[in-house]
Design a protein around this ligand. Structure first.
Ligand code: MUC
Ligand code: MG
Length: 428
């Protein structure tokens, strides 16, 4: 396939020259970044890891004690190797994809569609994956992430450079209080305030009766008064009337950002809450996955903020497309997580660093929730903010020893099920 050499920038700091296809081909032996043939995608491998969490993490639909990210390794013909990650929460409990379905989509459909293809264009790789496989956004995002990493490493650049250039060097970093226990949540919050790691706290609610959730949040709000910003994530648990009834007391208690209070499909409730709730912002999470979702929510004025997540949008490039819709519609953005390791979190940080000023911080705290990580060095957190790692690729180095240590196939682990709360009241 004929590729345009003009698409490639000269090396950073190098002399100003006009780059033509001939220039690139003649200098290919000196610099692998100029060898177009070397951009061919040569090999893609994927595996599931199982990494325990430091404590049970309770969400509206159940509790998890283990995360199972899918890690992709992608090699270009020039020898560059990139890493990508997609994590779900509680198997297929958060949405339709699970670690097992992601692994299957990658190894059986997405990798075969890309092998031998030119890897120098993210859009064409995404289009090929779309032709091979409908949906499966998480699986595509892990492959695209590995491709971006491999390309950035070939060019010896940080990924943010390929994604439009950074405008943020750091982002305020939230922590989620989700132990389910007020005393433990407050202890966690106070420690993190003291350590200057977090002063934005998100509470996961929706598993209990709404009155109990309001009481729980109010107790935490009293314990942190004046010291923290509070948000809640209901993870779709409430119907419209429950949300209209119980969100005002949460706002009264001090909550200023409310994430996905109603089911993913309940856009009408999101719209009415966005129009009428005073004192807090409504943030869409599960409802906003595709650019079409973003456009629909923007047209209906059905949220104030979008939670952006690389996995649910189908990759880094597509995350920027959702962010563009948000910016055009005067909707803010929030740097969301699916509780990835430092690899997926760093990749997310890179794309978030390129987005506009209307942000509400990020929650890339996944690495801190896991008992251990898969990179040599984690991203620093200073003065309540996550610092963007600036090295080549995503600026983090993956440890093969750690990949092997947590590899499901090597450990003989079984798929993770979410621990579900009882659905019927127990009779005393
Ligand atoms: C979600 O729905 O936002 C993010 C943080 C957390 O605790 O759970 C996730 C998923
Ligand atoms: Mg959420």
């Amino acid at each position: 396939m004929q590729k345009s050499a003009q698409a490639f920038a000269p090396p950073l700091g190098g002399p100003l020259r006009t780059y033509t296809r001939m220039t690139l081909l003649s200098s290919a032996t000196e610099n692998p970044a100029h060898d177009l043939a070397g951009f061919a995608i040569e090999r893609i491998e994927a595996r599931i890891l199982d990494i325990p969490t430091i404590r049970p993490h309770k969400l509206s639909f159940g509790s998890i004690s283990r995360q199972s990210p899918v890690i992709v390794q992608l090699w270009l013909k020039n020898g560059a190797c990139g890493f990508g990650e997609a994590a779900t929460i509680g198997g297929p409990s958060w949405n339709e994809e699970s670690p097992e379905s992601i692994l299957h989509a990658i190894t059986q459909y997405l990798a075969p569609a890309l092998l031998g293809e030119f890897g120098g264009g993210f859009e064409s790789a995404l289009a090929r994956m779309d032709r091979a496989c409908k949906g499966n956004a998480f699986a595509k995002s892990a492959v695209e992430m590995a491709l971006v990493d491999a390309l950035a490493r070939t060019l010896n650049m940080p990924a943010w450079q390929l994604l439009g250039g950074k405008v943020h060097q750091s982002l305020p970093l939230a922590w989620t209080l989700a132990s389910g226990d007020v005393a433990r949540d407050l202890q966690e919050a106070h420690l993190r305030l003291e350590q200057k790691r977090h002063h934005i706290f998100k509470m996961k609610i929706g598993a209990r009766a709404p009155e109990d959730d309001v009481a729980h949040v109010a107790q935490i709000a009293r314990g942190l008064q004046g010291k923290a910003t509070l948000t809640v994530d209901v993870n779709q648990a409430w119907d419209g009337n429950t949300a209209r009834r119980y969100l005002p007391p949460l706002v009264e208690a001090g909550v200023t950002l409310i994430e996905q209070p109603v089911a993913r499909w309940n856009v009408e409730a999101l719209r009415s809450l966005t129009a009428t709730l005073d004192g807090a912002l409504i943030m869409a999470d599960e409802t906003v996955c595709t650019p079409q979702d973003a456009f629909m929510l923007a047209s209906l004025k059905a949220s104030h903020v979008f939670s952006l997540k690389v996995a649910k949008h189908g990759g880094l490039v597509r995350t920027r497309k959702i962010a563009a819709v948000a910016e055009a519609a005067d909707i803010g953005w929030y740097g969301g997580t699916m509780l990835e390791t430092s690899l997926g979190s760093a990749a997310s940080a890179h794309v978030f660093s390129t987005l506009g000023a209307q942000h509400h911080g990020c929650e890339l705290f996944g690495p801190q929730l896991l008992v251990d990580d898969i990179v040599e060095q984690q991203m620093p957190i200073t003065n309540f903010a996550l610092q963007l790692p600036d090295g080549p690729g995503f600026g983090v180095e993956v440890s093969l020893a750690q990949l092997n240590r947590f590899d499901r196939a090597r450990q003989g682990q079984a798929p993770v099920h979410v621990d579900m709360a009882p659905t019927t009241p127990t009779v005393a």
